[in-house]
Write a protein that binds this ligand. Structure first.
Ligand SMILES: CC(C)(COP(=O)(O)OP(=O)(O)OC[C@H]1O[C@@H](n2cnc3c(N)ncnc32)[C@H](O)[C@@H]1OP(=O)(O)O)[C@@H](O)C(=O)NCCC(=O)NCCS
Length: 181
């Protein structure tokens, strides 16, 4: 199947929030679903527009997957960094490549925008498929304390970008919740 992609979430906020809630409820728990749904909503509704990018995969105009990128600021490093979270694919469309295609589309777009690094926090066994590698706090300081430091991942978006990212980091307000980390 060849999904279409869009980065326009206007008018699709409720559909995208529901997808994130449902997908994480099934894969994890009702509480996690609620938390991630709220995160998606906050990213769309209350994050400065310049600090958030969303890509959705569409089938027959319905959203079947989404990925969010939000700005991560490092106090002593002027390079452009985005954090990828959350990533969610509708339960009945999982395991047919939608997640990897969405992430690839998002990364290609970040390169076009001259973003230097992308980081994420999740399952290394999955994200390694789209070139993320485990990183340490010395390579890039996480914005909040991590319960699972092995899930701290990143990649430079061009070979000229060298680790480390310098200084403490700050995520957008939507992500400033200890229970997300
Ligand atoms: C994780 C998720 C985004 C992957 O998207 P997807 O479209 O289903 O995955 P793809 O089809 O791109 O990739 C499938 C491959 O990834 C693997 N995979 C899927 N989810 C995985 C996970 N959580 N951990 C490790 N591997 C995973 C599959 O086993 C499969 O491996 P194979 O190609 O070697 O057989 C999707 O399953 C999802 O929304 N899950 C619920 C929410 C979630 O857990 N989000 C990510 C949190 S870290």
């Amino acid at each position: 199947m060849k999904p279409e992609f869009t980065s326009d979430f206007a008018g699709r906020e409720a559909e995208i929030t529901r997808l994130c809630t449902d997908s994480f409820t099934v894969s994890d728990s009702v509480e996690e679903g609620r938390l991630v749904g709220q995160l998606a909503r906050d990213l769309m509704q209350s994050t400065p527009r310049d600090d958030v990018i969303m890509w959705a995969a569409l089938e027959n105009s319905k959203v079947i997957g989404c990925v969010f990128f939000s700005r991560l600021r490092f106090d002593e490093d002027g390079r452009a960094v985005f954090l990828m979270a959350p990533v969610a694919v509708k339960t009945e469309h999982q395991n047919i490549g939608i997640g990897q295609k969405l992430i690839a589309r998002g990364l290609e777009n970040l390169r076009q925008r001259d973003v230097d690094f992308v980081l994420t926090y999740g399952d290394p066994n999955y994200y390694i498929k789209t070139s993320f590698q485990p990183i340490s706090a010395d390579m890039a300081s996480p914005p909040m304390g991590l319960r699972m430091p092995f899930g701290w991942l990143g990649q430079p978006l061009s070979p000229k970008n060298n680790w480390p990212l310098v200084g403490p980091s700050h995520c957008v307000a939507a992500l400033q919740k200890a229970e997300l980390w």
